[in-house]
Design a protein. Structure first.
Length: 407
C-alpha cells in the first residue's frame, strides 16, 4: 500500500516536472500550467515571476521606443556607436546629412561610410587628446551644407555622434562680416578726404587764399554730410529690422504724402527734369507715415538721381480693381541691366558705384524700401530697360487701403 502511495507520488512529481520542462520551452508569456499541492504553489510563484519579468520587459521596450522616438524627432543628427565605432542606430536627420541608410548601414564602421578626411581624423582622436571644440565639416557630398559635429561618450565605451546643420548660421555670420566691412569702407573714404583737407588747411596756416580755404571747407562739409546720410540710413535700417510690424498703424493721407515727396524731388532736380504726379482718387494708406514717406521718397529720389537732365519722371498712385493700390515711379533714365534687378535691394548693392556716390547715394535706399514694404505686407516690382528707363512699383493689399471718406 505504502509502495503504491510512493509510486503515485513519484508519478505526480514526474508528471509536473515534465509540465515545467514543456512550459519552459514555450515562449515567454505562455500560461503556467495548473497543478495540485506543492506544485500549485511552485507554479503560482513561477507565474507571478514571469508576469513581473514580462512587465519589466514591456516597460523597457516602451522606454527604449520613447527614447528612439525622441532621438528621431530631434532636428539634429544622432548616431549611436558601439565601442568599435560601428553604427548601432541613427535617426533620419543623420541619414540625410551623411547619406546613410538607417537599416543597411547598421553594424558598419562609421569611418568606412563617412570618409571625409577631417571626419576620419576627428574619429581617431583619443578621449584624452580630443578637443572640446566641435568639428566644422563642409560636406563634399551635399553642396553648401556645413555641419557642426560632436562626439559624446556615454555608458561603457559607447558614444553618440551629434551633428547640427549650421549652414544658415555661417551664412548670417558671413553677411554680418561683409556688412561691417562695407560700412567701414563707406565711412573710410569720406573720412580720408576730410582728414586730407583739414591737414592741408593746418599746414598752410595763413598762407592760403580765402577762396581756396572756402573751397576746401565746402568739400569737407560735403563729405561729412555724406557720412551723416550713411549713418541716418543705417539707423533707419536697423530700426526697421528690429520689428516686423510698422511702428504705428494710422491712416496716412496718400495725397498729402505724394505732395510732399513731389516737392522734395522737385528741389532735388532743381528744374532739370519734367516731373508729373498722377494721384488718383483721395485715399488713405494704413501704416506708418514716417516709414512710408521714407520708402516713397527713396524711390522718387532715385528716379531723379539716375535720370539725366531733360528726362521725365512720373509719380503715380493707382487703385486696383481688387481694392488694393499701387504707387509707381517711372523714369526715362539710364535703366538697369536684367542681371542686377534681383540684387538691387541688397544692402550696399550698386550697379554703378561711381554714379551712386556722385549723386550722394548710400547704397541703402532700396534695402530700406524693401523692409518698409515687407512690414506693410506690400511688395516691390522692378521693370527696367538699360538706356530707356525704369519703373519701380510698390503694391499694397486691399486691407491696407482706407477710402478717404472713412479716414
Ligand atoms: P544708391 O544710394 O546707390 O542709389 P539704392 O539702394 O537706392 O542705392 O539703389 C541701389 C542701386 O540701384 C543704385 O546704386 C543704382 O545702381 C540702382 N538704381 C536704383 N534706382 C534706379 C533708377 N531709378 N534707375 C537706374 N538705376 C537705379
Amino acid at each position: 500500500m505504502l509502495l503504491l502511495l510512493l509510486f503515485g507520488l513519484l508519478v505526480h512529481h514526474l508528471h509536473n516536472m515534465v509540465k515545467v520542462v514543456r512550459w519552459a520551452r514555450e515562449p515567454l508569456g505562455t500560461h503556467v500550467p495548473r497543478a495540485l499541492g506543492i506544485w500549485d504553489y511552485i507554479f503560482a510563484n513561477l507565474s507571478r515571476r514571469t508576469r513581473v519579468a514580462m512587465e519589466q520587459r514591456e516597460q523597457l521596450a516602451r522606454s527604449l521606443a520613447r527614447f528612439r522616438e525622441a532621438s528621431q524627432a530631434m532636428p539634429d543628427a544622432v548616431i549611436y556607436l558601439s565601442q568599435h565605432q560601428t553604427i548601432e542606430w541613427l535617426n533620419t536627420a543623420a541619414a540625410s546629412y551623411f547619406g546613410l541608410d538607417a537599416e543597411r548601414d547598421l553594424g558598419r564602421a562609421i569611418t568606412t561610410l563617412i570618409r571625409e578626411p577631417d571626419f576620419v581624423r576627428f574619429m581617431k582622436e583619443t578621449e584624452e587628446a580630443r578637443s572640446v571644440e566641435p568639428l566644422i565639416l563642409h560636406s563634399q557630398r551635399q553642396d553648401r551644407l556645413s555641419l557642426s559635429i560632436q562626439r559624446v561618450p556615454f555608458g561603457e565605451d559607447l558614444e553618440m555622434i551629434l551633428a547640427r546643420d549650421i549652414t544658415q548660421l555661417e551664412r548670417l555670420d558671413m553677411m554680418r562680416r561683409d556688412f561691417v566691412a562695407n560700412v567701414s569702407h563707406e565711412l573710410k573714404t569720406p573720412l580720408t578726404v576730410v582728414n586730407g583737407f583739414v591737414e592741408t588747411l593746418l599746414d598752410a596756416g595763413d598762407d592760403i587764399a580765402p577762396e581756396d580755404r572756402q573751397h576746401f571747407l565746402s568739400l569737407a562739409l560735403e563729405q561729412s554730410m555724406r557720412m551723416q546720410h550713411l549713418i541716418e540710413d543705417l539707423l533707419t535700417l536697423s530700426s526697421l529690422q528690429a520689428g516686423s510690424e510698422p511702428a504705428e498703424e494710422i491712416p496716412v493721407n496718400v495725397q498729402a504724402l505724394l505732395g510732399s515727396v513731389l516737392h522734395e524731388i522737385q528741389m532735388l532736380s532743381g528744374g532739370r527734369h519734367q516731373i508729373r504726379l498722377e494721384a488718383g482718387a483721395p485715399a488713405c494708406l494704413l501704416g506708418s507715415q514716417k516709414e512710408l514717406h521714407s520708402a516713397f521718397s527713396n524711390l522718387a529720389s532715385n528716379a531723379v538721381r539716375y535720370t539725366p537732365e531733360g528726362g521725365s519722371i512720373l509719380l503715380r498712385w493707382h487703385e486696383k480693381e481688387d481694392g488694393g493700390a499701387e504707387f509707381s515711379v517711372e523714369d526715362s533714365g539710364i535703366g538697369i541691366g536684367p542681371e542686377h534687378i534681383g540684387r538691387l535691394t541688397e544692402r550696399f548693392y550698386r550697379v554703378d558705384r561711381g554714379r551712386s556716390r556722385e549723386t550722394g547715394g548710400t547704397g541703402l535706399g532700396l534695402a530700406i524700401v524693401k523692409h518698409v514694404l515687407t512690414r506693410h505686407q506690400a511688395h516691390l516690382d522692378i521693370r527696367s530697360t538699360p538706356g530707356k528707363g525704369s519703373c519701380f512699383t510698390a503694391s499694397f493689399a486691399p486691407k491696407r487701403i482706407v477710402p478717404h471718406a472713412q479716414s
